[in-house]
Write a protein that binds this ligand. Structure first.
Ligand code: NCD
Length: 324
């Protein structure tokens, strides 16, 4: 067993992907994007290819998921790998009997002969633990409140597709910035690709982004501004990244009710936005984006999901086969 979640240094081969902190250059993001573009063409042309024929990919999900689970499963299938998709790990696996995550990871490898394990788990350090104890690379498909690195890659890919750049952007992140993991990974990757990307964090006071994230961005000389006034910031924004208030992390229903509905994106607020900007959301949405916005050409959240298929295909290929 090895500590295999090392810095990428331009090569993803046989490495676990647990954190955006493994990136050290924009070049690494470009390698993924280039591969994802090829995957996009492959899917568009219905050119099923057996690039990963003979490989086996296991998915272990201890938390609910629609998009991440199906796009990884789709990615494995489109590339011809054998897929072992397991949802409901927290209800139906031996975790119920008290088995540790480390033992479950070792077991899945032995029982399925998987070449790669994709993990979603409620603990912040789950992916690190899994990667340390795994014989094969682990991909973090969401770890607690901490990180969702493949979501950040698909988000950045969407931004690049829609706005044709990933630099010099003003990105407003709205909603539950305390418990949400997507914004943390996305802020890290955006600050890596360009220090001139600026962040506006918009949240209720009780759901502000952790100081550790804000300090990390500030020490990298990235501009960060916090507010609870959405109206004031709308005209400046290139990317409006809206997130769900993460009900599952609240101790009391009343506490959730007090903040749920704090920021709702509707036609009225969209009138204040630039003509050329995009609205994103990792989904699922509850009520934070009114359905009337769905038909606005700036709404990118449905197309954003398809980027998940292409970028996850790229990651599977790059980790299992390398850059060639
Ligand atoms: C997110 C997650 O699980 O962190 N969903 C996703 O993967 N697209 C966001 C959320 O649950 O709110």
């Amino acid at each position: 067993m090895k500590k295999n979640f090392l810095k990428f240094n331009n090569s993803f081969k046989n490495k676990s992907f647990v954190s955006i902190n493994q990136f050290s250059s924009k070049r690494e993001v470009e390698i993924i994007f280039k591969t994802a573009d090829k995957m996009k063409n492959l899917v568009k042309n219905r050119a099923v290819n057996g690039l990963l024929k003979g490989y086996c990919v296991a998915e272990l999900f201890y938390q609910p998921s629609t998009r991440t689970f199906t796009s990884f499963l789709g990615a494995a299938n489109w590339l011809g790998a054998l897929a072992i998709p397991i949802h409901g790990m927290s209800a139906y696996s031996s975790a119920v009997k008290g088995e540790s995550l480390a033992d479950s990871i070792r077991s899945i490898y032995q029982t399925s002969a998987a070449d790669l394990i994709i993990l979603r788990h409620p603990d912040d350090d789950s992916s690190e633990i899994a990667a340390k104890n795994s014989y094969v690379p682990v991909i973090n498909a969401g770890s607690g409140k901490k990180e969702h690195p493949t979501q950040a890659i698909l988000d950045l890919y969407t931004i690049n597709q829609k706005l044709k750049k990933t630099d010099n952007l003003t990105v407003a992140m709205v909603g539950d910035l305390k418990n949400g993991r997507t914004i943390k990974s996305l802020a890290l990757i955006l600050s890596l690709v360009d220090k001139k990307n600026k962040f506006i964090f918009v949240s209720p006071d009780t759901l502000r982004a952790p100081m550790s994230l804000i300090n990390k961005l500030k020490s990298a000389k990235v501009e960060v501004y916090e507010t609870d006034d959405l109206n004031e910031i709308m005209p400046k924004v290139d990317v409006l990244y809206v997130t769900r208030i993460q009900k599952e992390w609240f101790a009391k229903e009343e506490e959730y009710n007090a903040v749920c509905g704090s920021f709702i994106i509707d036609h009225k607020i969209m009138r204040k936005a630039k003509k050329k900007m995009i609205v994103m959301h990792p989904l699922p949405r509850v009520n934070e984006i009114s359905t009337e916005v769905d038909s606005d050409p700036r709404a990118a959240y449905f197309r954003q999901m398809r980027s998940g298929l292409y970028t996850r295909m790229a990651l599977l290929k790059l980790i299992l086969l390398g850059n060639k």
